[in-house]
Write a protein that binds this ligand. Structure first.
Ligand SMILES: Cc1cc2nc3c(=O)[nH]c(=O)nc-3n(C[C@H](O)[C@H](O)[C@H](O)COP(=O)(O)OP(=O)(O)OC[C@H]3O[C@@H](n4cnc5c(N)ncnc54)[C@H](O)[C@@H]3O)c2cc1C
Length: 409
């Protein structure tokens, strides 16, 4: 039985209107944190973004036991499991669901699998990275578990307190919201959402773009999870970089166990079926994980000119990015879009050519370590976030760079 002091402390943590049974249920959760991390497989290995989810899970509690769930079929799955078992010392166990149902990562069977494994293992948290894989599965799994997921987490304060990007979609799921906007451009704004499981306490206007509208990733909301069921999170992998220095004292190979799928009924799944995979045949690094990104905007004027960006990226061994304006104008396919409605990137070096720096674009790249911008307009907003800015004509700058940079070996 929790003491009255502990109850009072917990009531302070989760809000004055919380019931005692809600608090008691949370005390048991606080006592033992165990996390299921969803792992995405590609060509016999686990995608690096999953290890960012492991890093996030590590911040939930020091005593967290972390299981990595992989699903697929055949030898590529077993190969991925073997690699995953020794990839990150914080992974306590690798769970493997081997079935033809998982040959392609369809959201419905995956969500059912997460439901099954969570129920069996009693995990207090389920974490996935905020890519299309996680965003596809986690809300479905949350619906099956009858809990509200918390998406786009950028910081974990404790096991039930998270900082996330405040985006319009929070309001669009039909929740009531009151917003006080009385403060000035650089002040604080208080936003209160009234709904049962997640309580959003406040939104802080980002220093970088203080006073701009909050719904473009420029405001952060602090969210307390007060649900009694498991806590499901998607995390921004750029906010949880994988550490390269590991504690050597820990065993470096986690045990691998097969998930018993004998009770997994396939007939409840079939809402979607795999048709085909189309992907660009390119040797360029993946935009989401590249160390260098070269991005072109509407300033490139057409698809033919955009090839200069591709050539430059090739020389630098970089990924190619684009603004939404460039994508909408048909210069490149939309999987290259960086920004609020595209990919979120945080490379070592981000180079932007003919990009104005609209708030929705900045939302996807402002965490890059070094930002270089070339724009002919000295007042372009991109210069406010750039570490190095060049006011100039990209049609002169890029050819010069191409000429002076050495060929890639
Ligand atoms: C809900 C919503 C979501 C959005 N999501 C995204 C998103 O995810 N990503 C995104 O990028 N945008 C997004 N946008 C669009 C965004 O608002 C901007 O319209 C877009 O980013 C502008 O792209 P741009 O910088 O290429 O084009 P522009 O704003 O037209 O800027 C072109 C720039 O090129 C410069 N330029 C022109 N010629 C040259 C030259 N010869 N040399 C050097 N510089 C030159 C100009 O000075 C200008 O600054 C979104 C908008 C909305 C409403």
């Amino acid at each position: 039985m929790a003491s009255s002091g502990l109850l009072r402390a917990l009531r302070r943590r989760i809000g004055p209107s919380s019931s005692t049974s809600q608090i008691l249920s949370l005390t048991s959760t606080f006592r033992s944190i165990s996390t299921l991390v969803l792992g995405e497989i590609e060509g016999g290995s686990v995608k690096p973004s999953c290890f960012s989810a492991v890093e996030a899970a590590k911040s939930l509690s020091k005593e967290n036991s972390i299981s990595l769930l992989l699903a697929g079929s055949g030898s590529s799955l077993q190969e991925a499991a073997k690699t995953a078992a020794s990839c990150h010392p914080s992974v306590s166990k690798v769970l493997v669901a081997d079935s033809d149902v998982f040959t392609h990562p369809l959201a419905e069977p995956w969500a059912k699998l997460v439901h099954l494994v969570q129920q069996r293992g009693g995990y207090s948290h389920v974490v996935a990275s905020s890519g299309s894989f996680g965003k596809n599965i986690l809300p479905r799994a949350a619906a099956l578990l009858d809990v509200s997921p918390i998406t786009d987490v950028v910081e974990i304060s404790d096991s039930h307190l998270f900082v996330r990007h405040a985006q319009r979609k929070v309001a669009s799921v039909g929740l009531s919201m009151q917003q006080s906007t009385s403060s000035g451009r650089e002040g604080y704004r208080t936003v209160t959402f009234a709904f049962p499981i997640v309580l959003v306490e406040e939104a802080r206007v980002d220093q970088l773009t203080g006073g701009w509208p909050i719904y473009a990733g420029n405001a952060l909301s602090t969210v307390r999870y007060t649900g009694t069921g498991p806590c499901l999170l998607t995390i921004r992998s750029t906010s949880f970089p994988v550490s390269t220095v590991f504690d050597d004292s820990k065993p470096n190979e986690a045990p691998i166990s097969q998930v018993d799928l004998s009770t997994f009924s396939e007939d409840l799944i079939g809402k979607s079926r795999y048709v085909k995979l189309s992907s660009q045949d390119t040797e360029r690094p993946d935009l989401g994980n590249a160390r260098v990104v070269v991005t072109g905007g509407r300033g490139l004027k057409n698809a033919e000119n955009f090839k200069m960006i591709e050539k430059l990226a090739e020389k630098l061994g970089a990924a190619v990015g684009a603004t939404r304006a460039a994508v909408d104008a048909g210069f490149v396919p939309n999987d290259l879009q960086v920004g609020q409605t595209g990919k979120i990137v945080a490379p070592e070096l981000y180079m932007a050519f003919g990009v104005s720096g609209a708030i929705q674009h900045l939302a996807g790249m402002k965490d890059s370590k070094v930002i270089v911008a070339v724009n002919k307009d000295a007042d372009a907003p991109i210069f406010q976030v750039a570490d190095y800015g060049l006011v100039g004509d990209l049609f002169e700058v890029i050819p010069e760079l191409l000429e002076k940079l050495p060929e890639k070996k």
